[in-house]
Ligand binder design. Structure first.
Ligand code: OGA
Ligand code: MN
Length: 215
């Protein structure tokens, strides 16, 4: 290999956007970004979500194993469609390219060892919520980072509800952080640490949600 090629490989450009996310995560276990993807990407992904929804490809999201339908509904009311990375349309491909770039950066700079990811679209119909929970399952701590990317229309108003509440803690005291699902907002947080909930929505609420996992 030529020396200049070697240098190109060694050359590492710091990415200020990613560094900000990493600093936030280290400091307070969550990060809120508004410019992870450009605005038009939100629109393309929202269209793609609706196309799949109209093709009837969403399913009622489940929780655990032993809940009956009525209980499940009051705990978690969203409908989801899992994305397959090898079967994507251009909007979704673009989304995964961005996520993969971030994961590569994380693994390179923080040795996070993220090897897998899982993402789904989510629709919360009016009147639904997701009660306070942690994103890791019992006996399975592979989920490291939770990622939520909001695909709502431009005019999301506080009275529509649907806030994501992150229950942060400092010296045993709880500090809820309230985050409105504005379009293009991305929230990344530590799956194993932060309990959170989605407050009842007064208007259909749209997102892509996923997890970055170790083996
Ligand atoms: C989840 C979740 C948060 C949100 O799907 O596990 O907590 O804001 N979503 O949609
Ligand atoms: Mn969750």
């Amino acid at each position: 290999m030529a020396v200049n090629e070697l240098f190109e490989q060694l050359d590492f450009t710091e990415n200020p956007r990613y560094e900000k996310i990493i600093a936030d995560l280290l400091e307070r276990q969550y990060s809120i970004t508004t410019n992870f993807f450009p605005e038009e990407d939100v629109i393309a992904l929202r269209q793609s979500l609706f196309t799949k929804y109209n093709e009837d490809r969403f399913k009622k999201a489940a929780i655990g194993n032993h809940f009956n339908e009525t209980i499940a509904k009051t705990v978690r009311g969203d409908f989801i469609h899992w994305l397959k990375e090898n079967d994507t349309n251009p909007a979704e491909t673009n989304f995964f390219v961005g996520i993969n770039d971030f994961v590569d950066y994380l693994n390179k700079t923080c040795f996070t060892g993220i090897l897998h990811k899982e993402f789904h679209y989510a629709i919360y119909p009016k009147g639904t919520c997701y009660k306070r929970h942690l994103d890791t399952f019992q006996n399975d701590d592979r989920r490291k980072l939770s990622v939520v990317y909001y695909l709502n229309e431009e005019d999301w108003k506080p009275e529509y509800g649907g806030e994501l509440v992150l229950y942060t803690k400092k010296e045993d005291k709880e500090y809820p952080v309230i985050i409105y699902p504005y379009p293009g907002r991305m929230v990344i947080f530590e799956s194993q640490v932060l309990e959170h909930e989605v407050k009842p929505v007064e208007k259909e609420r749209l997102s892509i949600t996923g997890w970055l996992r170790t083996r």
